[in-house]
Design a protein. Structure first.
Length: 85
């Protein structure tokens, strides 16, 4: 029995989405922090006037930010921990 072409494409798309999602979960578990998007990981920004630098307010001068997936993971863990007390 052969499958219709649309069902094969749908299965392939679902497999790709599951693979990408699993990969992102592994990245969030292994490397929870990414470079700050505002300062590009330096922790400082160029001053609006002159050649000076100022501290990045978004990342608090660490140059790092918590990934969205890790934020969701931490929130779900906190909900479970507080709900089972």
């Amino acid at each position: 029995m052969t499958l219709p072409a649309s069902l094969g494409n749908l299965t392939l798309a679902a497999l790709v989405l599951v693979t990408l999602g699993g990969g992102y979960v592994l990245v969030c578990a292994g490397w929870p922090f990414a470079r700050c998007r505002r300062c590009h990981g330096t922790g400082s920004l160029r001053a609006p006037l002159g050649r000076g630098r100022r501290l990045c307010p978004r990342c608090d001068t660490t140059g790092l930010r918590l990934r969205l997936g890790r934020r969701v993971w931490n929130h779900l863990r906190r909900l479970r921990r507080e709900g089972t007390r």
